[in-house]
Ligand binder design. Structure first.
Ligand SMILES: Nc1ncnc2c1ncn2[C@@H]1O[C@H](COP(=O)(O)OP(=O)(O)OP(=O)(O)O)[C@@H](O)[C@H]1O
Ligand SMILES: [Mg+2]
Length: 286
């Protein structure tokens, strides 16, 4: 059994009428049951990669493979593929299809052919998990963008895909909903779901991801474990997104404490500082 769930091999993709290909020989592997972040500048092809990974667009060249099964563009194969892979779109307006919140969440479950009672139970649980009970019967056009985003995430998560792809999931969410989403994502990661999140939020990536894929102009420029990738990116001038705040605060200290693992959260960083300061006398010299 491979340790990678999804693989792109030398994938090329051009949008109709485009003068240059958006994906230009994209090769990457997604580790199984890990939390992976896909980062890169606006327009580098992250959303295009996710659309292809969900079978929504067909590569001009190259292969996309899920657990040794190459992606094939016939109805039956695509249906099986999408039962295993779920995609939350960057723009929730593109995702939502039904007239109300509850109907939208039930849509994918009904398409899976589940019995009505099971669909109803799963819809109820999802509404509760995503704090959407009060909006259950609301027409989707009456929701705010952040609420729509939550509904679109809830609808895909309700299907429990083996591979969950999320495009900028925290866009439009306030800090409360972002924290709730992270708790939900952690719970589904614990259940063994492989996660891939495309985002610009490097502070989030630094704290959340086990593995990082970095794209630039339709190709992968580097990949690997989170800390190793950021250590490498600091020397790559083509990467212009800057560095995570925690990484910037820690890296000058890291050389002085080579045996201490890098803190991956503000709490970890603070507890290091506390232990360092407790060994230093702060009494002014007389
Ligand atoms: N439907 C489309 N038709 C033509 N070109 C497109 C289409 N969608 C995307 N592109 C082009 O493909 C390139 C990659 O777009 P994509 O949306 O995949 O980038 P991205 O990395 O997700 O960017 P962002 O960070 O802004 O979300 C861009 O140059 C974009 O203009
Ligand atoms: Mg995008």
């Amino acid at each position: 059994m491979s340790e990678y769930l999804l693989e792109f091999q030398d994938v090329y993709y051009s949008y109709p009428m485009a003068t240059t290909p958006t994906l230009q020989g994209l090769s990457l592997r997604l580790p199984k049951q890990q939390k992976t972040a896909l980062i890169g500048q606006n327009g580098c092809g992250k959303s295009t990669m996710l659309a292809i990974a969900d079978g929504l667009a067909q590569p001009d060249r190259g292969k996309v493979i899920l657990d040794n099964i190459p992606l094939a563009f016939n109805r039956a194969a695509l249906r099986r593929w999408r039962q295993r892979v779920g995609l939350v779109f960057q723009d929730p307006e593109q995702q939502l299809v039904a007239p109300t919140v509850a109907a939208d969440i039930s849509y994918g479950l009904c398409n899976q052919g589940l019995p009505t009672a099971e669909v109803a139970a799963k819809v109820m649980k999802t509404l509760t998990d995503f704090n959407l009970e009060a909006l259950a019967m609301s027409p989707l056009q009456h929701l705010s963008l952040g609420q729509k985003k939550r509904v679109s995430i809830a609808g895909v998560m309700a299907l429990h895909p083996e591979l969950l792809l999320l495009d900028e999931p925290t866009a439009y969410l306030d800090s409360v909903q972002t924290r709730n989403l992270l708790v939900e994502l952690e719970a589904i990661a614990q259940r063994g779901t492989t996660l891939l999140i495309a985002t610009h939020d490097l502070d989030f990536v630094y704290q959340w991801a086990d593995w990082i894929l970095v794209m630039e102009q339709g190709r992968l420029i580097t990949e690997g474990e989170t800390l190793a990738v950021f250590d490498r990116l600091q020397f790559m001038p083509e990467f212009e997104l800057g560095m995570p705040l925690l990484w910037q605060m820690w890296s000058p200290l890291a050389a002085k404490m080579p045996k201490v693992p890098a803190p991956r959260s503000i709490d970890e960083f603070n507890s290091y500082l506390q232990s360092i300061l407790s060994n230093i006398s702060l009494t002014p010299e007389v």
